[in-house]
Design a protein around this ligand. Structure first.
Ligand SMILES: [Zn+2]
Length: 314
């Protein structure tokens, strides 16, 4: 019924649905929870795809491939906005036993993103990126305020700042965070393009120009993999991993697009499942904590073989 050798594969009778396949296996339908490249196998984009309208637009703009969106609406499948990035969705399968596949998700509202509202399901497949008790994030609005204050303080001192976050998703949150700053803000070319796609999809963002050298204090929103900016700039990173230190940056803020450990537990409580599978990140740790508090939980590991056995044992 469930297989984790290539993303997470769910079999419903004759129909095989591959969730966030990396392209290794065959399926009848490929569900893409969101447009981050680690969730998209280009090979599958010519197959039948299930994703949100926003994810389809982002796929077209990122990979220059038009996905074949499935219109098999007779299937008992529902997409539920998951609050990770624009267009991110969880998949709810309602035929008989209700199965919820979360994909990456975040419960917290952030600017234009509404947090995930998990529905009830008997079987839950939940991401566990931060599935360890040490990961407890402060509220996004507190982190946003603190980050704004830090950046403004550096600018007032005459220091320019590079604000780093991944190109799709985090860079648009940082774009919003910097809207009230009274210093020039620039972006790299990829982020400028992604911001335009967001605008096209209805998210109002300030139109920041692509970076050109200037002597005045300014902020550059940059991607983690982009060329290093001019020296003497202060570098600030936005990621949940900031709880573990400044990660080689001058400052790091724990502004995450994932759920922290307490939110993962809260999600499981809300879904109230009979069986839980955890995947990604600290999958073992989350599964063992869930077992400790009474859930029937097990971790799915990348490359793990069929898990039919677990069901047959039930
Ligand atoms: Zn993601």
């Amino acid at each position: 019924m469930i297989d984790a050798s290539d993303g997470v594969k769910i079999s419903l009778g004759d129909l095989e649905i591959a969730c966030d396949s990396r392209g290794g296996g065959q399926a009848d339908l490929y569900f893409i929870s969101h447009a981050h490249s680690d969730h998209v196998a280009k090979r599958t984009l010519n197959s039948k795809i299930l994703c949100s309208r926003e994810t389809a637009s982002l796929l077209i703009n990122r990979f220059l491939i038009t996905p074949k969106i499935s219109d098999e609406l007779e299937l008992p499948l529902k997409l539920i906005s998951s609050g990770h990035i624009l267009g991110s969705s969880a998949l709810l399968i309602e035929g008989g036993q209700r199965i919820l596949y979360t994909g990456d998700f975040c419960l917290e509202d952030r600017f234009f993103l509404q947090g995930f509202r998990p529905p009830r399901a008997e079987l839950l497949i939940i991401e566990s990126t931060y599935g360890k008790p040490e990961f407890v994030f402060p509220k996004p609005r507190e982190v946003i305020k603190e980050a704004k204050d830090w950046i403004e303080c550096e600018l007032r001192k005459g220091n320019s700042v590079v604000a780093v976050g991944y190109t799709l998703g985090k860079a648009q949150i940082i774009s919003k965070l910097l809207e009230e700053i009274s210093y020039p803000v620039y972006v790299n070319e990829k982020i400028a393009w992604m911001n335009k796609v967001y605008e096209f999809l209805g998210v109002k963002l300030r139109n920041y120009p692509v970076y050109e050298s200037t002597s005045k204090p300014f902020v550059l929103i940059n991607s983690p993999t982009q060329d290093s900016p001019p020296k003497q700039m202060k570098r600030v990173m936005f990621t949940g991993w900031a709880l573990r230190g400044s990660l080689g940056y001058d400052k790091a803020f724990p502004l995450s697009d994932h759920s922290d450990f307490p939110s993962l537990l809260k999600t499981v409580e809300k879904v109230n499942p009979q069986k839980v599978f955890t995947f990604h990140g600290f999958a073992n740790e989350l599964a063992s904590e869930l077992r400790r508090v009474g859930y029937d939980a097990i971790s799915l590991k990348d490359g793990q073989r069929r898990l039919l056995d677990f069901f047959e044992r039930d």
